[in-house]
Ligand binder design. Structure first.
Ligand code: FUB
Ligand code: ZN
Length: 623
């Protein structure tokens, strides 16, 4: 089967998601901050034989910041017209176009200088990664505005890549996957067969020659960051991808690769590849994922560790990796409709991704720990990466624009369609128009209200397939006010609809305790709190500045507050009965600690760290 993603312009959001999209629109920062525009200007000057204003600036993949910004701007333009933003984007596109070499090559790092080094370091130099991001931007910008300047630039760039890898058979694949999923987007949009052929080539080439990066390293006398060419599992090249069963290595690379594979499988019906994707999905979501949907638990290489190694306090869980997991889940949904994918996409979005950005959209986490103790986090040698507060920017600025492009294209992930069915994978207030003719409105205050109402404006003998979240212990479905005993298959309810129908889904908003597998050694005896898709955390601010001495009494239920519009951008707290261990100054003592009964107040994890520094904990001791 193949289920299509909708165009972002087909969805007009309101509610919780709309609020975030407006925030992203207001705060969509120009790429100027990172010197990335100057890089393109300088590359253009070099190509025209002029003296550039300066050297290349920034990370080897700096170009990708411009691409992600453009992609986010495109989705934003699809959501809200904004001539100023469009002009700014058009100007940037012209600058990018002028930085493309005659043969289609586009990368400022190796155009401003070191032309002879082009393509000589696939392991580290990220030329194909940057190309991939720019292809994604080109597709988004064309879909949003109908303007094809950037799309033509990237088709020409595809020719350049095709010549090198397919015609001239130079071999190899990128150390950082990304171009695979981007080529699939280019193929879907343009029908250009070279894109499909290249995507398949890069996917099947990975791991074919496990010694490729060693041979490549032996041919050159320069490096970007001394990556180990023998550590092929780090870039998912230890085995041909179709033989892989365990998610390994750099987490973002992994999920970008698996997304490309799942997209290719959906397009071509490649069952072997899909089976591989299913194994890798299970490897991540059943053994290597945080309760927040964060993945990649170790700072060492921003990578997957081993099964069940999911420490809360030294977690890495890069924001981009949670975003990539959503891409992977969404691509799996194009292959098979199964609620497990939407469940994880939603978990990663509302927790692992949204926590990556402050409520005012002005500061960001790259790393997303599940426990923070000021004085230790960000300071102690093993905790340097786990910051207690969001910085405004990072020299390696991959995460903020990635959040921007995901949030501003939420509709693409929330909905899908085939000729006779519209799919609601995630719940989001707003209007949506499908290419199969269905038009409808979704009304909901999700994730703070658990009633989702679909008003079908236009539909002729179509089916509405709505995901029933796995976390909702009970639910009710009503068609025009009458309770439906509907067919539910693999987590989706299928309802025949016609113009004027109103479907109401009532989910279970009861807060719940969540327990970890006994195999997660750092979490034995722990418990967390969730409500709907939201993971909750305990912050010092609501708990006498001390959450580490609290343990929760799971026998006594959880109390939910009213929605408070003035608290943390509008939220609901959950209160548990707890026991507090009284403070003791002795480092160790023979005296059993004194305790007192108290209440422990939790807020959603995505809002943590918005009220200054303080302790934060997701997994609490169970009393
Ligand atoms: O290497 C490019 C990006 O920077 C990766 O995707 C992130 O993990 C960060 O390392
Ligand atoms: Zn990132």
């Amino acid at each position: 089967m193949s289920v299509k993603q909708i165009k972002e312009s087909a969805y007009r959001s309101g509610g919780f998601i709309g609020k975030y999209q407006r925030l992203i629109k207001d705060e969509a920062e120009g790429a100027e901050k990172s010197g990335v525009v100057e890089n393109f200007i300088n590359a253009g000057m070099v190509l025209r034989g002029e003296t550039p204003y300066g050297d290349f600036y920034g990370m080897v993949f700096q170009d990708s910041d411009a691409a992600k910004w453009l992609e986010a701007a495109a989705y934003s333009l699809a959501n809200f017209s904004d001539s100023e933003l469009e002009e700014k984007a058009d100007r940037l596109i012209d600058i990018i176009a002028a930085a493309q070499d005659k043969d289609g090559y586009l990368n400022t790092r190796f155009t401003i200088s070191d032309k002879e080094k082009r393509w000589t370091n696939l392991l580290e130099a990220h030329e194909l990664y940057c190309a991939g991001h720019m292809m994604e931007a080109a597709c988004a910008y064309y879909e949003a505005t109908g303007k094809n300047t950037l799309l033509n630039v990237m088709l020409k760039n595809t020719d350049c890549i095709y010549e090198r890898f397919i015609i001239n058979k130079n071999g190899g694949c990128p150390g950082h996957p990304e171009v695979e999923l981007a080529l699939m987007k280019m193929y879907r949009l343009t029908g250009e067969k070279k894109c499909l052929e290249l995507a398949k080539y890069f996917i099947d080439e990975r791991g074919r020659d496990a010694d490729f990066y060693n041979k490549e390293a032996a041919r050159r006398d320069w490096t970007v960051w001394n990556a180990n060419p023998s550590d092929t599992a780090y870039m998912q090249g230890h085995l041909p991808v179709r033989e892989q069963s365990t998610a390994t290595g750099h987490a973002v690379r992994a999920v970008y690769l698996y997304t490309g594979m799942a997209e290719l499988a959906a397009e071509t019906g490649d069952k072997e590849l899909l089976d591989t994707c299913k194994r890798l999905w299970d490897s991540i979501t059943k053994r290597q994922m945080y309760v927040t949907g964060g993945i990649g638990s170790t700072v060492s290489g921003e990578a997957f560790s081993v099964d069940y190694d999911l420490p809360s306090d030294t977690a890495y869980a890069e924001t981009c990796a949670a975003i990539g997991l959503i891409f992977f889940g969404s691509a799996m949904l194009k292959n098979e409709i199964d609620g497990k994918y939407g469940d994880i996409c939603e978990r990663a979005f509302y927790n692992g991704v949204l926590a990556g950005m402050a409520l005012d959209g002005k500061s960001f986490f790259y790393v997303n720990p599940l426990e923070v103790i000021p004085g230790i986090s960000g300071k102690s040698p093993n905790y340097r990466h786990d910051l207690p507060q969001r910085p405004k920017w990072y020299a390696c600025a991959c995460c903020p624009p990635n959040v921007a492009r995901l949030v501003s294209s939420f509709g693409k992930y929330a909905y899908g369609e085939s000729s006779d069915t519209v799919y609601c994978h995630m719940f989001a207030d707003g209007d949506v128009t499908f290419e199969n003719g269905v038009e409808m409105t979704c009304e909901t205050n999700y994730p703070y209200d658990f009633t989702v109402c679909y008003k079908v404006k236009k539909a002729e003998r179509k089916v509405l397939a709505v995901r029933i979240p796995g976390w909702s212990k009970k639910y009710e479905l009503l068609l025009n006010g009458k309770i439906l005993g509907t067919r539910v298959e693999k987590g989706y309810a299928y309802i025949e609809v016609t113009s004027g129908d109103e479907i109401k889904l009532v989910l279970d908003g009861t807060p719940r305790f969540v327990y970890p597998s006994s195999k997660i050694h750092t979490l034995t005896g722990s418990v967390a709190v969730m409500r709907g898709p939201l993971v909750y955390c305990f912050e010092g601010k609501d708990n006498e500045d001390d959450v580490i001495s609290l343990s929760l009494k799971t026998g006594e239920g959880l109390a939910v507050s009213e929605f408070d519009p003035d608290l943390l951008g509008g939220t609901v707290t959950v209160t548990a009965s707890a026991v507090r261990q009284k403070a003791s100054e002795e480092l160790y003592s023979d005296e059993e600690p004194q305790t007192c009964e108290c209440k422990a107040v939790a807020v959603p994890y995505y809002v943590w760290g918005n009220r200054g520094e303080g302790q934060m904990r997701v997994w609490m001791d169970k009393a």
